[in-house]
Design a protein around this ligand. Sequence first.
Ligand code: HEC
Ligand code: HEC
Length: 352
Amino acid sequence: MSKSLAGAAAALMVIMGCASAVGISGEPDRTARLAEFRRPTEIPFPESNPYSQAKAELGRSLFFDPMLSRDQTRTCATCHVPSMDWTDDKPRAVRNDDAPMAVRTPTLLDIAWIERSLGWDGRFRDLEAVAFVPISAKANMDMPDTLLVERLNATPSYVEAFRQAFPDAADEARPVTRLRIEQALATFERLIVSGPAPFDAWVAGDSAAVSAGAKRGFDLFTGKANCSACHSGAIFTDGSFHDIGTASGDDHGRGRFFPNSTALRYAFKTPTLRNVARRPPYMHDGSAKDLAAVIDVYDRGGIERASRSRDIRPLGLSKQEKADLIAFLETLTDAGADGPAHQPITAEPPRP
Ligand code: HEC
Ligand code: HEC
């Protein structure tokens, strides 16, 4: 008897616990949840490649320079277009023979915080390690590293810029090396930061910054719809890999490197949701044409299979709830072209 009473009391507490977690008014509990999305105030630069103005400026020149491609037709910005939130609008990236690549160009926004899991399948160790993949890929910029180093060492303005950017190279006749190209590009890329969005103003305490629908959308995002299980923190990614039930065909994503892992089969990197409303199409293969299509995938719970994340299941969202989720995602959009990579580069590491 006393045992079942205790059981009933425990059950009651669980129910009450739930009720207070959801929040009667929603507001006090929202404050705590909102705080988890507060924007960082400093861009992280690794000790092995610290910030300097000269290096960032050099990185910017390299990023936009067609000299990085063999026939001088492509730059990093051919696909990572600054005015398109550092991606493009193609379902899949375009090779130099116009055929589509296997995956879509990911945005470079807030890449400094996504360091550990670069590439849709996490194949890159860090930002420095990415650069020569597009540069030397035959189907892309098609520029072997030795040729590029030679080309830049034969260009007086670059010789001077590398000497400035790398003090230990100040007296070298041929200061351009593969490592220094990687370091300069990565330093510039870390400045690619999204600007403040209405959502950030709400996090900072301005409750008029977003609509009532967007607030309900945030409650769904962090509650019933469970989106923040993976899209967590200020950059809206856990930096991890999940099968959300999108991929089909023979692209196993992260599973490529772990053929014995069921959970990693069809697992792709959780993308940031910063400025997401402005950069369709979506998913690693561009398979969702707009946000409504993305929400429908989650509402259906994607493809049911052994590898699908346990955080994904059919949601049974109403029309109103779907609209609220989209209204929330739209509050993550900044004013456009206002992050540090768009500003004049300064001696001080810029603020995000
Ligand atoms: C043909 C278009 C194209 C060009 C040109 C290109 N990229 Fe990319 N970039 C991509 C695609 C596609 C991926 C995803 C590759 C993957 O996941 O396997 C990618 C991934 C990346 C990533 C990882 C982003 C993330 O979120 O994981 C970085 C960083 C990057 N590129 C930087 C560069 C730099 C620097 C250059 C110039 C040297 C460059 N890219 C040139 C298409 C391009
Ligand atoms: C289990 C982890 C997980 C959960 C839960 C989750 N996502 Fe995702 N999300 C991902 C992954 C992984 C991708 C990339 C999948 C792919 O490319 O095939 C993604 C992609 C997206 C994209 C496309 C972004 C782009 O740049 O292509 C949007 C938008 C999105 N999710 C929103 C949401 C919303 C809204 C919810 C809640 C209804 C949600 N996600 C729940 C992991 C998750």
